[in-house]
Design a protein around this ligand. Structure first.
Ligand SMILES: Cc1cc2nc3c(=O)[nH]c(=O)nc-3n(C[C@H](O)[C@H](O)[C@H](O)COP(=O)(O)O)c2cc1C
Length: 213
């Protein structure tokens, strides 16, 4: 990313209904940063496996434990991930870490449904314990999800909300003593910036909350 060549803005207020969908996408994905990447693995009803990254992705609630990914249309139809989740009502979220950044990227190609992205990226495929979905066998943290709800977001996206029914944690991940927090330094998560740019874990700053009353 060469920010030395950056231009200045012609206006300080951009009305979002006066710009193109592409411009809205570019503003949103460069301002809401860094975004976590949900690397979603699923089976089609015939058992063929699929894996693809989604950075319109967020943690939504803890009880029930919910995560959501917003999946865009491709050529007017659902992407393989969405079609699979509609068929099986299940998926896994593989947390993308520094060691798997290149493999994650390899799974983002516009492959036909019969292509198994685990094979494309040379990743081991394992079967989830609690839902009908595969997961990345060497991924240190995996959320096994059952479809909780699908919400249509306008003409171009569907939000799939998954209830996390099981969490897989590799023993290489450290736990903060006395809690269920996973030590971020041991996870080394990757964030998505815009386009082909990613952020890696930098210095971590701790800040106590203000005490009121
Ligand atoms: C880091 C990254 C994040 C992405 N985030 C999204 C996203 O949030 N929503 C989306 O529809 N596509 C997203 N994509 C594109 C999909 O991964 C891509 O369309 C993929 O081919 C979909 O695969 P599928 O057809 O197997 O579901 C992203 C791609 C990358 C590399």
């Amino acid at each position: 990313m060469d920010s030395s060549r950056a231009e200045t803005w012609e206006t300080s207020l951009i009305e979002t209904d006066e710009i193109s969908a592409g411009d809205r996408y570019q503003l949103l994905t460069s301002l809401v940063v860094p975004r976590p990447i949900g690397w979603l693995s699923s089976f089609a009803s015939d058992g063929s496996a699929n894996l693809a990254p989604f950075s319109y992705f967020a943690a939504l609630a803890d009880t029930p434990m919910l995560v959501g990914a917003s999946i865009g249309r491709r050529r007017g139809g659902p992407k393989d991930t969405l079609r699979n989740i509609r068929e099986t009502k299940a998926f896994c979220v593989n947390v993308v870490t520094e060691g798997q950044l290149e493999a994650m990227n390899a799974t983002a190609g516009d492959y036909p449904p019969e292509v198994d992205e685990f094979e494309v990226a040379g990743l081991p495929r394992a079967r989830a314990a609690r839902v009908f979905a595969p997961y990345v066998g060497n991924c240190p943290a995996v959320l096994e999800c059952r479809l909780y709800r699908e919400v249509e977001l306008g003409p171009s996206n569907s939000l799939v909300i998954g209830e996390v029914v099981a969490v897989r944690i590799d023993p290489s991940l450290r736990r903060v003593p006395g809690s269920c927090h996973v030590a971020t330094e041991s996870l080394r998560p990757v964030g998505r910036l815009f386009s082909v740019h990613y952020s890696l874990l930098g210095p971590i700053k701790a800040l106590a909350r203000p005490r009121v009353g």
